[in-house]
Design a protein around this ligand. Structure first.
Ligand code: HEC
Ligand code: HEC
Length: 295
């Protein structure tokens, strides 16, 4: 058998384990909530129920492709079956609503919506629908479902490569970005038309999953270029280094929580958390100024 056919076979076996997203919407009030949730996930930054909580030009579907219905890295198929789950970040057991609402502070560079408001319930109902018939599983270590991460090259594989990065990786990442990404995301990273920005204040901040070099490389390898993900592990790492070495908003948890009287209960034991572009590189033993070639 040809190598490519064998590979195709292997890939389809890997993806075969992720069931299809349901297509039949529930009836009545539940169906209405599922559709409202889907609408919010597809239009988060402009939807009247969520726009005030979003601080950039992204929508949930910008990273959870097809609103999480796609079987690529970032799928919501199976997500609801993984909650409640323990999170090392908050040091508490997180509900699905907590997990969803926390994304607003980081990936959406905004504020955390209030649990049990209509928007919060709608998003949780939609995401729960996408786990129809998937067996429930308790997650004792991290709040991420098994399908979500199934196809990620593990951080164990990526970390040692990232730790050895130099300015050459940055330069290679820049060339790859110019050739494979800039036609949609712009040479200045600010996006073009409906194609979203990948750096600057209009994109995710330094507390987001994608601002971490290993997570970005994994996500990108599975999803970009859109419709034709074709990067090698090394290429994905170099582009991740290039994109994440650009300026974006620093993350200070306190700036993303609503005032106490509005916030409701914040299910976390951690109230101090800060990240910057510099600290995200330092986490891999790298000096971002050296990587940029400024030293
Ligand atoms: C900039 C990209 C990005 C955007 C935008 C984004 N997310 Fe995420 N999301 C991620 C990444 C990356 C992870 C995995 C994070 C990790 O492992 O630390 C994740 C994880 C999640 C999870 C856990 C998934 C699972 O299966 O366990 C949920 C739920 C989630 N996001 C909901 C949302 C919602 C709702 C929105 C919109 C309000 C949103 N996300 C916007 C990147 C994004
Ligand atoms: C054909 C246009 C196209 C190309 C080429 C493309 N993207 Fe995207 N990209 C998109 C779209 C569209 C989305 C949002 C997904 C959606 O709305 O369905 C996206 C989302 C993203 C996101 C998450 C959201 C954000 O803005 O931060 C990142 C990161 C990203 N792309 C990086 C890349 C990289 C790196 C490349 C090159 C390897 C690339 N893209 C190539 C169209 C494209």
């Amino acid at each position: 058998m040809k190598k490519s056919i064998l590979l195709l076979g292997l890939v389809s076996i890997m993806f075969a384990q992720i069931p299809d997203a349901p297509t039949i919407y529930p009836k009545g009030e539940v169906g209405k909530m599922v559709k409202l949730g889907e609408d919010i996930i597809m239009n988060t930054n402009t939807h009247p129920l969520t726009k005030e909580y979003v601080g950039n030009d992204l929508k949930c579907t910008s990273c959870h492709l097809g609103g999480g219905k796609e079987k690529s890295i970032g799928t919501f198929i199976g997500t609801a079956a993984a909650f409640p789950a323990f999170s090392k970040r908050e040091k508490t057991v997180q509900t699905l609503q907590d997990r969803i609402n926390n994304c607003f502070m980081r990936s959406m560079n905004g504020k955390r919506p209030i649990v049990d408001t209509e928007a919060s319930i709608a998003m949780a109902t939609y995401i729960t629908w996408l786990s129809t018939d998937i067996p429930m599983k308790m997650n004792e270590k991290k709040p991420v479902n098994k399908y979500f991460t199934k196809t990620w090259p593990g951080s164990k594989q990526l970390k040692p490569i990232i730790k050895k990065a130099t300015h050459d990786n940055y330069k290679n990442g820049m060339n790859l970005y110019t050739n494979k990404c800039s036609s949609c995301h712009g040479a200045d990273g600010q996006g073009i038309g409906t194609f979203p920005p990948v750096w600057g204040s209009k994109s995710y901040n330094t507390g987001a999953g994608l601002s971490k070099l290993d997570k970005m490389a994994s996500w990108m390898k599975g999803n970009m270029p859109l419709g034709n993900p074709n990067l090698t592990k090394e290429e994905a790492i170099d582009i991740s280094i290039y994109i994440n070495a650009q300026e974006r908003d620093a993350f200070n948890l306190k700036d993303h929580l609503l005032p106490r009287e509005k916030m409701g209960h914040y299910n976390s034991k951690v109230f101090e958390e800060k990240h910057t572009v510099e600290s995200n590189f330092k986490a891999f033993g790298l000096d971002v100024n050296e990587i940029r070639g400024n030293k």
